[in-house]
Design a binder for this molecule. Structure first.
Ligand code: NAD
Length: 361
């Protein structure tokens, strides 16, 4: 039976429209192959929304997203809007959509593709076979805890404060997401905290241990964040799924991603308790190469695959896209950001065309 999904497309700024166009073409073909009908609706976010409405996340965009099964975002931002006050900047739209959709779980895979193993700055033997999923809590912790701000003391000296705080329920719900994901992967979960120093981390660890009772088949370990970063760089193969809070996750997911060495290849997903999830590349809007047909569309395409797997429960269609991306790389096609000697240099559109051929074959 045909499955039907409404997808909100948010092309945003810079290279966003170019890379999203490639992903949409791929989804059209995949839809025909797997009996899935996509109803796409496009909305404004970021700089293009500021230009059109004065607001980086117009209310109608949020409504459109809330009424859809999944949201596929490209990227926002650009030089033109860099000097606006913080609350009017494109990045504010990004934070607002995550909050507006209550997306508390951020999933960032870091997978070494054999075809791109030399793009990493680490030795081949250290990174061959690395396949990590970082599950980061996204709506709590030190970025949101109160009190926060810069205050003046009675002595006239300024004091900056941020507060790292987690409720039990916030830890429980992100831990469940991580256990579910670990269960579908290799069954290994490492929770990262700083429980030797921080009370909030002790609560985190206690709750993760408590939730672990519901998942006896998942092997749980704990690491302090400083050790986790060292282990990630020197022996990344020991990790499968990593669970961590907002601040540590921000740092760990970037470090894990950079094991791969190629920003144009990295997708991500942000999930809440209910649909829709938000799926987007890790990279920004790359204004330096916008409208020049130089962008790598593969992170966007892989974000569409994550949308199918984690947002719409269509794992076979997701795998078909992921396998096709590997095949295109195996055939030697490379955009500038992942180019190496002996490979065939292509632009964004041509990368999309060869990918479509592989998907259709
Ligand atoms: P960026 O990721 O846009 O670019 C960093 C470098 O990587 C640039 O040299 C760029 O050309 C290259 N690059 C990025 N994506 C690429 C791709 N798909 N193909 C080929 N090369 C690619 O980061 P930045 O330069 O720090 O930020 C540019 C703008 O993007 C800023 O306005 C920033 O706020 C915004 N930004 C948005 C997001 C998002 O939408 N989620 C994330 C990060 C930055």
């Amino acid at each position: 039976m045909t499955r039907q999904y409404t997808i909100t497309l948010l092309p945003g700024d810079g290279i966003g429209p170019e890379i999203l166009a490639v992903a949409v073409k791929v989804l059209h073909v995949i839809g025909k192959q797997f009996d899935i009908k996509f109803d796409f609706q496009e909305a404004l976010i970021g700089g293009s929304a500021i230009d059109a409405t004065g607001n980086p996340l117009p209310e109608e965009t949020l409504t459109c997203c809330r009424n859809s099964d999944a949201v596929l975002l490209a990227a926002i931002g650009g030089y033109k809007w860099d000097n606006l006050p913080r609350h009017q900047r494109p990045e504010t739209g990004l934070l607002a959509i995550r909050a507006g959709l209550n997306l508390f779980a951020n999933l960032r895979p870091a997978t070494i593709l054999p075809q791109l193993i030399d793009a990493s700055s680490l030795k081949r033997e250290v990174i061959r076979g690395v396949d990590i999923m970082v599950v980061r809590e996204l709506t709590g912790g030190i970025y949101f805890g109160q009190p926060k701000g810069i205050f003046e003391t009675e002595m006239g000296e300024k004091r900056g404060i941020n507060t790292m705080a987690y409720m039990e329920s916030e830890v429980d719900r992100i831990a469940k997401v991580a256990f579910e994901i670990a269960q579908k992967r290799s069954g290994k979960l490492c929770s990262v905290d700083k429980a030797n120093v921080l009370d909030v981390s002790q609560l985190w660890r206690d709750r993760v241990n408590h939730i672990a009772c519901q998942y006896p088949e998942v092997e749980l370990s704990h690491l302090y964040v400083d050790n986790a970063v060292m282990q990630l760089v020197c022996a990344p193969k020991q990790f499968d799924t990593i669970l961590t809070g907002n601040l540590f996750g921000d740092i760990l997911s970037d470090a894990a991603a950079m094991l791969t060495g190629s920003i144009g290849m990295l997708p991500s997903a942000s999930l809440g308790s209910e649909k829709p999830g938000l799926f987007e590349p890790v990279h920004g809007s790359a204004p330096d190469i916008a409208k020049q047909d130089k962008a790598n569309p593969l992170a966007q395409v892989l974000s569409a695959a994550m949308m199918l797997r984690y947002g719409l429960d269509e794992p076979k269609a997701a795998s078909k896209i992921e396998q096709s991306v590997l095949e295109v790389l195996a055939q030697g096609y490379r955009t500038g950001d992942i180019m190496s000697s002996q490979m065939r240099s292509v632009g964004c559109q041509e990368m999309g065309d060869v990918l479509l051929k592989v998907v259709e074959s």
